[in-house]
Design a protein around this ligand. Structure first.
Ligand code: VG1
Ligand code: CO
Length: 545
């Protein structure tokens, strides 16, 4: 055991989902160690009675994942942890890590991932801590970790050889137990307990065709095991199925821009029945039908409306929660079902209390995240399997299910426009001006719409009363349209402006427009109200979802 003298390193402040930085920054002297020691300083590696705690450790397999895992293990041992459960090869998808934390009733876990951000020696790396409930640490805890990083003077580490993480089974590291487990099997069993695998097998045996793009990221082994081996989908259904340290150069963010090959196939002449993709760490999903893209906000609403068709949800839902920028489509379903609905700030950590308290069963974000109370993270393959279960029961195409949904509830046209790598000072200036203008907006006419309210979203957690402010600027219109402006909290370069656009059509006419066409006046209003081009120099977004 050694105690190493160190000094604070600026900028170790966790964002929307953990600490994310360029890989060379994370590999810099003491950088990982300082942050990991700050985690242990806050959560403790021992219980009050001195007994060592148990943690889960794994990551999405990106560059530096393997080395970082060895450092974290040696630091866990030096800090007094009793046992760490590690995915073989230091691999665990984020939802699988959340499940292992819960299944083994551990004291939390460390997940190594920068999620949908590219990986590689010059790309991104990240670390986050999840609580004993399996969910991301709440703001109060991440803030305490950040405070430790600005006062840290030393960290503890064991000098030892690497643990052979390729070998499943029990290992020992300076008196600490290291249990290397298969990353897939417990997770696959959980999925089998929630969904009607017999019905899905019958659907695939009957000729149902699907394409799953794992984008050379962590879901590959999970998707091959579940879809191809257990459910009998044709061999080769899962593409880009081998996790690679640089994700094969792909940007593992499942949206129409970065999963373009999947989009092309699904809109092409020989499109299969169903298409899906997942992100770097396996918590996101994109769902595409033959010739039709499902916006994540619509996906959440359809899943909420149909979840009872899957065995795990046949008793119905307790409530539905969505992040504030997500469209109100899910709210309409919750109202029709007569169940509670919640609107939280962006980031999965805000759903944890609602799930723990049994207030919500299904949660979702517009950023391709959907999940339920089966774990405390969003879960890409879970969403894909729930869609498949619904398709197996309803025996309709994705397009028909969406059309039925819109006919019943109306359609919340929705899109997000991202303006990436803006100079931080220009982005800050834009938000300062926007915030200053809010009080004068109500009543203003623009693009044929009238502003009904404008604010900076603040959230009071209904379970523990904690308050989170400045979670995004909202401009609401009297016809139900809405614009939300936020700055990304997951990027590692400059600022990314996200503009979220929504417009409601009650139907029966006007339900089949292209989203960008339907939203055109809202988009123009969004530019005019914030002066996006004047402030940022950008007139067009880099990514449209
Ligand atoms: C983005 C998404 C947010 C999501 C977060 C983590 O955050 O907008 O909805 O929870 O990523 O997702 P931001 O602050 O960049 O908008 V993951 O799959 O990167 O863990
Ligand atoms: Co992710």
């Amino acid at each position: 055991m050694t105690t190493v003298q160190t000094a604070p390193i600026a900028g170790q402040k966790p964002g929307t989902s953990g600490l994310r930085k360029k890989t060379p920054v994370f590999m810099g002297r003491h950088y990982l160690e300082n942050f990991v020691q700050s985690i242990f300083d806050v959560v403790g590696a021992r219980h009050a009675d001195g007994a060592g705690k148990t943690f889960v450790l794994g990551g999405d397999g990106r560059y530096f994942n393997d080395r970082a895992a060895q450092v974290i293990l040696r630091m866990a041992a030096a800090n007094g942890a009793a046992r760490v459960i590690v995915g073989q090869g230091a691999i665990l998808s984020t939802p699988a890590a959340s499940h292992l934390i819960r299944l083994n009733q551990t004291d939390g876990g460390i997940i190594m991932s920068a999620s949908h951000n590219p990986g590689g020696p010059q790309e991104d790396f990240g670390v986050k801590f999840n609580m004993p409930n399996g969910g991301p640490a709440p703001e109060g805890v991440t803030e305490a970790m950040f405070q430790r990083t600005v006062e840290i003077t030393e960290y503890r580490i064991l000098e030892a050889h690497d643990v052979d993480l390729s070998r499943i089974g029990r290992h020992e590291l300076g008196g600490m137990i290291v249990d290397v487990v298969d990353p897939v099997s417990d997770y696959a069993a959980l999925m089998e307990s929630l969904f009607d695998f017999a019905a899905l097998r019958a659907m695939f045996a009957g000729g149902f065709r699907m394409r799953m793009d794992s984008m050379c990221a962590v879901t590959g082994p999970y998707a091959v095991q579940i879809l191809e081996s257990r459910l009998g989908a044709a061999k080769g259904t899962v593409i880009n199925a081998t996790p690679l340290p640089d994700f094969g150069g792909m940007h593992p963010d499942p949206n129409p821009t970065w999963a373009k090959a999947l989009m092309d196939e699904m809109f092409g002449p020989d499109a299969p029945d169903f298409g899906a993709a997942s992100d770097g760490d396996g918590d996101r999903n994109m769902v595409v039908g033959r010739g039709i893209y499902v916006s994540p906000s619509d996906s959440l609403a359809v899943l909420a409306a149909n979840a009872h068709l899957a065995p795990g949800y046949k008793a119905g839902l307790k409530g539905v929660a969505r992040s504030m920028p997500t469209s109100a489509a899910a709210d309409r379903v919750a109202d029709a079902l007569g169940i509670a609905r919640y609107e939280t700030p962006t980031g999965w950590k805000f759903f944890g209390n609602l799930l723990d308290a049994g207030r919500a069963t299904i949660c979702g974000e517009e950023s391709f995240g959907t999940g339920s109370d089966h774990v405390r993270e969003k879960d890409g393959l879970w969403a894909i399997l729930l869609w498949l279960n619904i398709l197996a029961v309803r025996k309709q195409s994705v397009a028909d299910i969406l059309k039925d949904h819109w006919a019943k509830y109306g359609r919340n046209y929705y899109s997000r426009h991202d303006f990436e790598a803006i100079a931080t000072d220009r982005a800050d200036a834009m938000f300062a001006a926007l915030r200053a203008s809010l009080a004068g907006l109500p009543g203003r006419q623009i693009e044929g719409m009238t502003v009904s309210a404008a604010d900076d979203f603040a959230y009071t957690d209904p379970v523990d009363g904690s308050v989170s402010t400045k979670q995004g600027v909202r401009v609401m219109f009297s016809d139900g349209s809405r614009i939300v402006y936020r700055l990304s909290g997951t990027g590692t370069e400059g600022a990314t402006l996200r503009v979220y656009l929504e417009r409601y059509a009650a139907g029966p006419d006007g339900l089949d427009l292209d989203a960008q066409v339907a939203l055109a006046p809202v988009i123009r209003a969004a530019h005019a109200l914030a002066g996006i081009t004047a402030h940022t120099g950008r007139s067009e977004p880099e990514v449209i979802t």
